[in-house]
Write a protein that binds this ligand. Sequence first.
Ligand SMILES: [Zn+2]
Length: 214
Amino acid sequence: MIQKIGDIVLIQLSELDSNIYLIGNTVIDSGTGFNFTRLYSLLKSLNLSFDSIQQVINTHCHFDHIGGNGYFLNAKIAIHSEDAKVLETADPELSMAGYFDGKLKPRKPDILLEDGQKLKIGKHQFQVIHTPGHTPGSICLFDPEKSILISGDTVFADGVGRTDIPGGDQEKLYFSIQKLIGLKPKVLLPGHGKPVLKDAYKVLQALEEERDSI
Ligand SMILES: [Zn+2]
């Protein structure tokens, strides 16, 4: 399924795959890689191909977000430095490849991302926001001009990312969510499920309050 949010294309391949966001020739998260032919034809319908993608940005090191990286032969792979080692070693536990019954090839990332770094993607100027908690090197991307937050598995429209997994840390996750509330995002483009197209910060505030009431 394809959904257009302005010039950002959201691709959803299956329940297992992460959301894949396409902006110009950049892909944000690549899914499991299990649905190669489906992704091939969806890209074709957009007049794109695997080879035309120049950059893949991974919001974190989990298999359902990085498993498809290898299909983009011409793309540079970018990930936060604290999750980079998982790509390099293809650790089945930290990448959760074992959990998804998938196989990863070790791959040294081309670009290491850091908090505060600016990334020009298509017409957008994104800021890298380091949001540890779901994994140590989880990142979000924020476009302050359009108030768009791409949040990976840190937050979703209806919940927060799991922390009961290797590398997870609940305290850090909630600290990260507070950081995101401070950005006052209007649009939330999460790593799974539906996007939030207005007042996204209210969703984040509600998640924060839910936690306080536990
Ligand atoms: Zn994840």
